[in-house]
Design a protein around this ligand. Sequence first.
Ligand SMILES: NC(=O)c1ccc[n+]([C@@H]2O[C@H](COP(=O)([O-])OP(=O)(O)OC[C@H]3O[C@@H](n4cnc5c(N)ncnc54)[C@H](OP(=O)(O)O)[C@@H]3O)[C@@H](O)[C@H]2O)c1
Length: 265
Amino acid sequence: MKATVFLGGGRITSALLAGLRLAKYGQPIVVHDRHSRKLQQLKREYGIVVEPDLHRAVESARLLIIAVRPDSVRDLLKEIGRRHIRRRLTAVSLAAGIPLSTLGAALAPPVRWVRAMPSPVCRSGRGLTALTFGRGLSITARAEVRDLFALVGSVLEIPESRFDAFTVTYSSSHGYHALAALIEAAEALGLDRKSAHLAAAHALADGVAAWRAGNLPLDELLQEAATPGGIAATVMASLDNAGYKKIVARGLRAGLRQARKNAQL
Ligand SMILES: NC(=O)c1ccc[n+]([C@@H]2O[C@H](COP(=O)([O-])OP(=O)(O)OC[C@H]3O[C@@H](n4cnc5c(N)ncnc54)[C@H](OP(=O)(O)O)[C@@H]3O)[C@@H](O)[C@H]2O)c1
């Protein structure tokens, strides 16, 4: 029986393995990484099979997941390509910014490519994964990829032209970053650490939960939470005057530039 094989046993692989274990994923999983310490740890934590030999790992794959950093992708694919792959194989790249054209040029048919963008939130089974499919994938192969990521959260299919914009917008780091900034600001006002965490986490999570409940559109929720002339309205106006929206937009543009740099790697 062929396995789902992860090349790269780092952060996102660990999160996906945790989510898949939670979902009681039934297929065999093999992980390859150049650090045996990481492999042993993943084996201990998730009971996966480790394969220190790259080519043996690829040979054992039904689904091949590329989970190395973007600057490692080219060398990895070059090494894989030294032994010609002669069977149909679905390869899923998690590498931010690297286009299907580059992936397909490095490993051509019968390898068929998919790009996937999960987040480490898939650890809890409540993540979201964006997918974009390359040419030549059968309906069955597409369904297999969708089904895999559906085990760890929602799945969204988007065209590749929007994939990088989605990637920079969607990172769960935005939530953690905003949370950290709000906690730090609250502590600077004299709030104790525990209360600062509680207040900031509720402010962000409850706001998103209320919007998700779908009863009111976002602009109405904003109005409801901010009495004119009140404290929340004053805070928002002050943030906006200080360039809050521009700063967020600048951050996303920087992320998009990095994605384009990754494409050149
Ligand atoms: N982390 C996230 O939240 C996230 C979310 C979505 C997508 N992604 C994408 O997923 C990919 C992996 O990210 P990550 O954060 O998991 O990276 P990571 O923690 O650095 O893990 C990558 C692992 O792969 C190893 N590796 C690199 N080249 C290798 C090779 N040729 N042979 C064997 N092992 C090799 C690395 O070793 P070295 O450290 O020695 O290089 C490292 O152990 C990236 O392309 C990223 O864009 C990440």
